[in-house]
Design a protein around this ligand. Sequence first.
Ligand SMILES: Nc1ncnc2c1ncn2[C@@H]1O[C@H](COP(=O)(O)OP(=O)(O)OP(=O)(O)O)[C@@H](O)[C@H]1O
Ligand SMILES: [Mg+2]
Length: 367
Amino acid sequence: MLLWEQTLFKDRDLFELDHLPEHFLHRESQMNSLKFCIRPALQGARPVNCLCLGPPGTGKTTAIMKLFEEIEADTSKLVTVQVNCQLNSTRYAVFYQLYKKIFEHSPPSSGISFKRLFEKVAEHSAEEDKVLVVALDDINYLFHEREVDHVLYSLLRAHETCPGARMGVIGVMSELTLNYVLDPRVVSVLQAEEVVFPLYTREEIRDILGRRALMGYYPGVMADDVLEAVVDYVEKSGDLRVGIDLLKRSGLSAEKRASKSISLEDVTGSYDRSRLVHLTYALKSLKEDELKVLRLAAGQESWHAGELFRHFHEETGAAYTRYHEILTKLDAIRLINADITGAGERGRSRIIRLRYEPGEILSRIGP
Ligand SMILES: Nc1ncnc2c1ncn2[C@@H]1O[C@H](COP(=O)(O)OP(=O)(O)OP(=O)(O)O)[C@@H](O)[C@H]1O
Ligand SMILES: [Mg+2]
C-alpha cells in the first residue's frame, strides 16, 4: 500500500507536454540536417532555409528548441527566435516577437509601424553583425491572406533594403508540401531544404516512453508489460503525446488506488482521456477545406470515397486532386482510415471511416 503522503512520481514535470526532454532520441538525422543548414551562418553567411515537415507529435517543435538551445550555448554570432505562429499569426506579430527577442524588451507602447519594426530588426543584424535565424512554428497559421508570403519575403530580402542584414528561416508544419501555398516568387528565394519527421516506429516509441518512465517514476512503478500496453495505444494514434499523457494519467490512477505500481487497468482506464490529446493537436493543423471533408465524413459511419467526394464537390466546387490530397493527409495524421477495398462493381474503391466518434470531432470543430 502507498501511504497517503507517498508518491509514485520521482519527477512529475517529465510528464508535462511542454517539458523539453533531456534525451531527444531517434532524431539524430533530422538534427544533423538542421545543423547542416545553420552551419553557413557560423561563418557569417546566410543559413540555408529549411522546412520541417511531419505529422503531429513527431518532435518538430522539440527539435527546434534543442537546436536553438545548442546554438545559443555555442555562439553569440547568431540570434535565434522560435515564433509560435498560432499565437502570432500576422507579419506584425511575428516581427514584434523578433524585436522583443533582439532588444530584450517590447517595442515602444506608443505604437510603431511595421516598416519601422522591420528596419529596427534588419539594422540590428547588419550593425551588430549577427545572423538572425527565425523558426516559424506551425507556419500554416500564416496562410490566411497570404501573410506567409509577406513574412517570408521580408525576412529573405532584408539584405536588399538593409545591406549587411542576414536572416534565415526554418518553417515548421504538419503539412506534407508547401508548394501550392506560397507565391512562386517567394519559393524562388526560399529554396528550402526539406527535413522530414516521419512517425516513430514501435521500437522508437518504446524507447522514448521507456526513458521517460524510467526518469519520471520510482523503480518498479511501471512494469515492462504495462509499458508495452502504453506503446500499443500510441501506435494506434501515431502521436507520442498520447503516450506521455497516458504515462501520467495511469500513474495518477494507480496513486488513487494507493497502489505502488501501475496496472494494465490503470492504462486502459486512462486511454479514453489521453487519446483525445492527439485529436486536439491534429485538428489544429487543418485548413478549412480539410475540416469540411472531416465534417462531412462525420455524417455517417462509412463512405465510399467517390460518394463523399460528390458531397464535398457540391459544397465547395473543389477538384478531385485536392480531395485526394486531403484524404491522404487525414489518413496520415490518423483522423480517418482510408482503406482500399477489394474489387467492387466499379473496380477498387476506398472506404472512408473516422477514427474518432463523430461527436468528439464535431464538438471540437463545430457542425
Ligand atoms: N524523440 C523524442 N524524444 C523524447 N521526447 C519526444 C521526442 N519526440 C517528441 N517528444 C515529445 O513528444 C511531444 C510532442 O513533440 P513536439 O511538440 O516536438 O511535436 P511536433 O512535431 O511539434 O507536433 P505538432 O505538429 O503537433 O506541433 C513533446 O512533449 C515532446 O517532448
Ligand atoms: Mg509543434
